[in-house]
Design a protein around this ligand. Structure first.
Ligand SMILES: Nc1ncnc2c1ncn2[C@@H]1O[C@H](COP(=O)(O)OP(=O)(O)OP(=O)(O)O)[C@@H](O)[C@H]1O
Ligand SMILES: [Mg+2]
Length: 333
């Protein structure tokens, strides 16, 4: 069994001679450039698909995924700059969600590899990808309706323990960890304005509150890179602003964020760099203003059928359907 990343101290020499695996601790110990330094460093990057970044954290090469005859993702190369928000755009069906599914271990590619701070993540299951620092939220929220908000948070905690004889022997040690996880969960709920709802069932929350819950839950593992798949879809305007403010604060704190969004005003506002996909491939990348004027991007949108944003009722119907697929639904409203 390879050692788990958390068990290696910063700078530890591995017996197999490979470089040390980056850990939460080593990430924290690295002198961190400020957000503005990370952003300004992008000025020197040539705005072309696959462009090398001055401080790339996530590096993806040759990732392909086909469903039958349809190539959903065919990304030759993309590098994600550390400490900034990268907007990922593209018309419906461009492959954005499939790309997130692949990177975060929820789906397997037909080919390709990717690494986070030099650590290969290709082939790892989702929970190990998350533990290594790459975490995502879902386009359709996956909060478990019949669990409370706090229970949903604890599901995102690292080190979920099993039951059984061995578990009972070391239970006293784990109780301390559980307490720490609960304290952390309550802190995050407070930060996202959900503390008062901690004992409510997640199924009783609005679609927007569930999106906030998912974001909060994703932070339970202290990720280095957070992939947000349309975090504002179907969210009312007040919560939309709240989500954007949270994303900007997380960026200031050093988190690297990849943000899928269809609203170009939001993309312009939030992104430091934009990557545009069409028909599975990256067709353009560069600063937001330039990319939103880029003819390859405009052609991709004009050439594609594009859904109008969902109304609130439509979003509720979609969420109810997603719940039903997870388990018996707690009826809302
Ligand atoms: N499990 C699957 N089986 C078959 N085809 C799939 C599957 N998942 C995705 N696809 C197809 O892959 C393509 C890319 O879909 P994907 O959901 O990744 O696009 P997207 O860019 O996220 O679109 P949207 O903006 O509408 O969310 C689409 O043509 C979709 O129909
Ligand atoms: Mg999608």
């Amino acid at each position: 069994m390879p050692a788990e990343p958390e068990e290696i101290t910063p700078g530890a020499v591995r017996l197999d001679g490979r470089p040390p695996v980056p850990t939460r601790a080593s990430r924290a110990s690295r002198p961190r450039a400020s957000y503005t330094e990370c952003r300004d460093a992008l000025d020197a990057v040539s705005p072309e698909p696959g462009a090398a970044k001055p401080d790339a954290t996530l590096v993806v090469s040759g990732v392909r995924r086909a469903f039958g005859g349809l190539t959903a993702v065919d990304v030759v190369e993309v590098q994600v700059q550390r400490g900034v928000v990268t907007g990922l755009i593209g018309p419906n069906g461009a492959g954005k969600t499939t790309f997130f599914n692949l990177l975060t271990g929820f789906d397997r590619p037909d080919a390709g590899s990717w690494a986070l701070d030099g650590r290969q993540l290709s082939g790892l299951p989702a929970h190990r990808v998350a533990r290594a620092g790459l975490v995502r939220t879902f386009q359709l929220t996956k909060a478990l309706s019949k669990l409370t908000v706090l229970e949903n948070m604890l599901l995102g905690a690292p080190h979920q323990r099993g039951e059984g004889f061995f578990a009972s022997l070391v239970a006293p040690l784990w109780r301390g960890e559980e307490r720490a996880n609960t304290v952390k969960a309550l802190g995050l709920l407070d930060r996202f304005g959900l503390a008062a709802k901690k004992d409510d069932l997640a199924g009783e929350m609005s679609g927007g509150q569930r999106k906030l819950l998912e974001m909060a839950r994703a932070l339970m593992t202290d990720p280095a890179v957070l992939c947000l798949d349309e975090p504002m879809a179907g969210v009312n305007p007040a919560l939309t602003q709240s989500i954007l403010t949270h994303v900007k604060t997380l960026r200031e704190e050093g988190l690297t964020i990849i943000f899928v969004e269809h609203d170009m005003d939001v993309i312009r506002d939030i992104s430091d760099w934009v990557v545009a996909m069409a028909q599975g491939s990256i067709v353009a990348e560069g600063p937001p203003e330039a990319i939103l004027r880029d003819s390859r991007v405009i052609d991709a949108y004009l050439g594609a059928h594009h859904d109008a944003p969902l109304t609130r009722d439509e979003e509720d119907a979609v969420l109810a359907e997603a719940d039903a697929s997870i388990g018996p639904e707690v009826q809302r409203g």
